[in-house]
Design a protein around this ligand. Structure first.
Ligand code: C5P
Length: 227
């Protein structure tokens, strides 16, 4: 896999103008553009088409979680956009995950295990009494058994998941910070080189590129660190 296709830029902005400016600035060094809820709810399918037309992959981070029929129908509609990656919540359970995978066609589904914003207290409040790492492990098993080969995890979990689930699992890691860059609200971070070494297949980077004075140079530097 080309290293550029292993770098995803999180377009966490609120309109197409800003998003397309970032795409234009970084397109030489970024293979995948991630559109989250904020941007998709504001700009919808049109923006997806415009980014696809520039020859790059689109990762829709919508974290779907509903009854199986509703999730499958939603994926069916998104498939028309020829998106490349799509997130679903592993906590939706085996029936939802199987229905999602059946509807996915060529979309690589990515199951989100435990949100990085949740700690043991948050988990306890929703009835999960075991530690976050164990919950990640359980949900990763649930997702892969339902046929979903992609998982979103912190780079610090990548090594264990790779060892446990083997080479066929596709690991997507946010919380990537080049040495010396601002950590922000991320807690479980790794450098680009370390994340790849630990088994990540796709790195998701937002603020280290988006908030840089020169996003193009920042993207180039991260790609270089990956090589
Ligand atoms: O700015 P930063 O590099 O922290 O952005 C990381 C991106 O990855 C954001 O779009 C965030 O929503 C997403 N993400 C995450 N942790 C997860 C899942 C997604 O940071 N567990």
């Amino acid at each position: 896999m080309n290293k550029r296709d292993q770098l995803a830029l999180a377009l966490d902005v609120s309109n197409s103008k800003e998003a397309l400016e970032l795409v234009a600035a970084t397109i030489d060094f970024v293979g995948v553009f991630k559109i989250g809820m904020q941007l998709f709810y504001a700009e919808g399918p049109d923006l997806v088409r415009r980014i696809k037309a520039q020859g790059r992959q689109v990762f829709l981070d919508l974290k779907l979680h509903d009854i199986p029929n509703t999730v499958a129908s939603a994926i069916d509609r998104l498939a028309v956009l020829e998106i490349d990656y799509l997130t679903v919540h592993a906590g939706g359970g085996p029936a939802m995950l199987c229905a999602a995978q059946q509807a996915a066609g060529s979309i690589q589904l990515l199951a989100v295990t435990v949100l990085t914003s949740m700690d043991e207290h948050e988990l306890a409040a929703v009835g999960v009494s075991h530690p976050p790492a164990e919950q990640v492990h359980r949900l990763a098993q649930t997702a892969t058994q339902a046929g979903i080969s992609g998982l979103v995890c912190s780079a610090l979990e990548a090594q264990a998941l790779r060892a446990e689930l083997g080479e066929q699992v596709f690991l997507v890691c946010p919380g990537i910070r080049p040495t010396g860059s601002d950590v922000g609200d991320q807690k479980r971070i790794a450098t680009p080189g370390q994340a790849l070494q630990d088994g990540a297949n796709l790195l998701v980077v937002g603020r280290p590129i988006r908030s840089a004075t020169d996003p193009r140079a920042a993207a180039q530097m991260i790609l270089k660190a990956m090589q």
